[in-house]
Design a protein around this ligand. Structure first.
Ligand SMILES: Nc1ncnc2c1ncn2[C@@H]1O[C@H](COP(=O)(O)OP(=O)(O)O)[C@@H](O)[C@H]1O
Ligand SMILES: [Mg+2]
Length: 285
């Protein structure tokens, strides 16, 4: 399990992530949905120690990322496309990562085959298309056979075949009982990929719910989402529904949200920092 608690991050006057708390459970694909600029990448960077939070903490299997021995063997990340030296071959890139984490060289061949790059393993990675670069990033994430996969907008720029491939991969990893956390600004993609959704807007939690539960709140997942972000912008409220073992929403006044249930009252934290403009109406860019 991953526990995110009170995570907060400012960039100058911009409040990028605002007291964010949620859990991510193994065995399902958890989508992290929010508009461009809503704080998804900042949150994911803080989860793996690439950015330092102003407040709050993240525990992965009970420990902060920085205290995991051999982190590549615990958490596989795809946080940036093309996070490799362009002059190195795909194989050399993976070999270097493996050597740095005590992973046997034979595993490099395994993951090259798994992502379908075995035929181009000697080519300089700098010559790769975006789709091939994403596959190399995923090979790196899988190298340590990790229990946790964190993918930030993995389908961006991919063709339909590549999108389906990544979706199938994530679902099969979740089915093996791993933790899969994947961000997207695309509702349609999340509808196809995720079982659960963490929805954020302007750095704040808007919903922590099952995809089916959120869809059932309106005529479509997209409508439910847009109602949620509009309500969240007004009230700062969050939907927490269908949380196995979690606390039921008890304190929200009835009728305080689109469906009149499952809504928390406005968060107590003040709007002292400048917020970036929230919620574009187009979601397909
Ligand atoms: N390194 C940075 N310096 C300054 N502002 C940043 C930086 N990274 C992100 N931000 C700002 O923080 C907010 C959240 O950004 P980000 O986490 O990238 O959102 P998302 O991944 O959801 O698109 C945005 O307003 C963005 O401009
Ligand atoms: Mg991002």
């Amino acid at each position: 399990m991953i526990e995110v608690r009170g995570l907060t991050k400012h960039y100058g006057p911009v409040l990028a992530v605002d007291s964010l708390s949620f859990d991510i459970r193994p065995g399902v694909v958890t989508g992290f949905l929010g508009a461009n600029g809503s704080g998804k990448s900042t949150t994911m960077r803080m989860m793996v120690g690439l950015d330092r939070p102003d407040a709050g903490m993240v525990r992965i299997g009970g420990r902060p990322y920085g205290e995991l021995g051999w982190p590549l063997r615990k958490v596989g990340t795809l946080l940036e496309a093309k996070a490799f030296h362009p002059g190195r071959s795909a194989r050399a890139h993976l070999m270097a990562l493996a050597a740095g984490s005590g992973i046997p060289a034979s595993r490099v061949e395994d993951v090259l085959g798994l992502v379908g790059l075995d035929g181009v393993a000697r080519r300089r990675a700098g010559t790769f298309s975006l789709g091939m670069a994403q596959r190399l990033g995923i090979a790196a994430a899988l190298l340590g056979d990790p229990e946790v996969l964190l993918f930030d907008e993995p389908v961006n720029g991919l063709d339909p075949e590549g999108i389906r491939w990544i979706r199938t991969l994530m679902r099969s990893f979740a089915a093996e009982g791993r933790i899969v956390f994947v961000s997207s600004h695309l509702i349609s993609e999340m509808a196809l990929t995720a079982d659960r959704l963490i929805v954020i807007g302007a750095g704040r939690l808007l919903a922590d719910t099952a995809v089916a539960e959120l869809s059932a709140r309106s005529v479509s997942l997209e409508d439910a989402f847009l109602e949620l972000t509009a309500a969240g912008a007004e009230h700062g409220s969050a939907v927490r529904a269908d949380r196995p073992g979690g606390e039921p929403p008890s304190s929200g006044p009835p009728g305080s949200g689109p469906s009149g249930r499952g809504l928390y009252p406005p968060a107590a934290n003040g709007a002292t920092a400048t917020r970036h403009p929230s919620y574009p109406t187009e979601w397909t860019s």
